[in-house]
Design a protein around this ligand. Sequence first.
Ligand code: ATP
Ligand code: MG
Length: 438
Amino acid sequence: MKNSPNPGSGALKVIPRAAHNVSRDEISNAALKVLYRLHKAGYQAFLVGGGVRDAMLELHPKDFDIATNATPEEVRSLFSNCRLIGRRFRLAHVRFGREIIEVATFRAAANHKDDDSSHDTEGRILRDNVYGSVEADVWRRDFTCNALYYNIADFSIWDYTGGFEDVKRKRLVLIGDPAQRLREDPVRMLRAVRFAGKLGFTIDESVVEAMRGHTGLLTNVPAARLFDEFLKLFQAGFAERTFNLLREHKLFGELFPATEEELAKDDSYLAFTHAALKNSDKRVAEGKSVTPMFLLGVFLWAPIKKLAAIRRSEEKMSESQALGLAAYEIVSQQQQRISIPKRFTVPMREMLSLQPRFEFVRGKRAMNLLEHRRFRAAYDFMLLQSEIGEVDESLAKFWTDVQTQSAEERAVSFQMEKTPGSNRGTRRRRRRKPAQDS
Ligand code: ATP
Ligand code: MG
């Protein structure tokens, strides 16, 4: 822990309302209601975690976590719209329309020294299911910036770890011994990178150093949890920055080993990946939807193309077929790291297999592609390829133009004989804008 003050000193610093900028305007009404009702009933009630951190940074937090000394049952008795979840450690979910406020009872951190059975042989936490006080609750949290407690009783912030200064200085500092905290939960490495990407924070040197020796531990993290983290890393609107950080800290290769291998030797593929990440961030900024299958397709594209070429040299098949087959194999390999649900892998395979079909084709084949249910995503993918010069510009333009053409114009583009069937199909699509959804 060179260069950084010990965040574990533990003396409570109370920052009064006048000395901080966390305004109730930044907190949702639902979260405020829960805080006030707990307080009125005589319990301690704090807003914690990302809600406080992001409010300090004036980032308009969307997600609010509350910590209290009320037990889950006591919380439930205060709210009719409340459900208890979790078996090992019970949490209360209080629902207001679509918003869910998570209320957790203070919990004590699993402690190495006190209890060996709370960690496995690699140091991962097995158990942290003991209720505690607010002082105890602080130490189970990951970064100092995530361990600030906003007290609804007087709107002050309670800080045991120096998190207040760290938010101001935009630093990510792990609470306690960094190496031990990463061994307890290797996902904290991904969280460090995610917060650095989203908040523009610097990862403290002590954390960077500890990460160096522990990246390999991600292999032990359940693949389903890594999929959740994958979504948080790449769907929040900071995908490009996060990707760069993941690579810088040698974490990307732990998540996508085959992709990292290709990225390291193929600049054009790296440029394509950047174009896709930029595009995805732009969509989020514009409030458009993003689907994880698109970026997954981008990440697996180079390994899939490479394997498809091998499969085609072994056996006679079309390029589309080879891509579909290779996609199947590469996805199975990838599932060992990150479990991607079928509802994403199936459309992803379709999107990739369509790529060779973007040609100057005519007639029924052209129409079939245009009417394919995966056309819009496949078209977006192809457009990114053309952006970096992997697909001919005039070809991209052809497929852009046909989408806005009238049935008559399109029949000319596709050199189609008009039949009643094709006419019906094209008329329906006449006024559609160029595909944008990915
Ligand atoms: P965001 O909501 O922007 O993702 P957050 O900091 O609120 O950020 P959550 O995953 O919502 O993150 O978790 C809420 C809080 O719970 C965190 O701020 C942190 O204090 C604690 N926490 C979450 N995950 C971990 C973890 N793996 N290890 C230790 N503490 C954690
Ligand atoms: Mg949160």
